[in-house]
Write a protein of this length. Structure first.
Length: 160
């Protein structure tokens, strides 16, 4: 039983550590965010000690009852809180980007302007009309580029 508890604790630690590092990867706020979160002494470098300290802090945050182990409920709550934090950050960034004049309100003009760049990129021949071929070409560029294979919302690869 003691061995099982130790294995569970190690697995939980690895999971929270991996989640912490994953949350700091470029797709979750960029390298600058990772540097900001891990480089605690501000010297522009992340030492192994700083990374370990960040992992320990994340574990302590997830271990809400302070027993040195993570229950399934604690893991689920931690992941839900992290997801909510990321979503709020994303919403805030989207709002700030749309609010071009920074007055805290998105005007009708600002709202309309946010879709124009995408329309212009999709309208390859600039005729003011997006054809099915232009939509497919945009999808192909997006899926074959840095994002790799383009999955559907359901999880499987999209049609080619």
């Amino acid at each position: 039983m003691k061995t099982l508890a130790i294995i569970a604790l190690m697995a939980g630690t690895a999971t929270v550590g991996a989640a912490g590092l994953a949350a700091a990867q470029p797709h979750h706020g960029g390298m600058a965010n990772m540097m900001e979160r891990f480089d605690t002494n501000g010297d522009g470098q992340i030492t192994k000690e700083e990374a370990e300290a960040a992992k320990a802090a994340r574990f302590a945050e997830a271990d809400t009852n302070g027993d040195g182990g993570l229950s399934m409920a604690e893991m689920q709550a931690f992941h839900a809180a992290e997801k909510a934090r990321r979503m709020e950050t994303m919403r805030q960034r989207m709002f700030e980007k749309a609010d071009a004049d920074g007055n805290g309100v998105i005007s009708a003009d600002e709202f309309e302007a946010r879709g124009a760049p995408m329309f212009d990129r999709m309208d390859a021949d600039g005729d003011g009309v997006i054809t099915a071929d232009e939509m497919q070409a945009m999808r192909d560029r997006r899926c074959d580029g840095a994002m790799g294979d383009c999955p559907r919302r359901g999880g499987g690869p999209g049609p080619r």
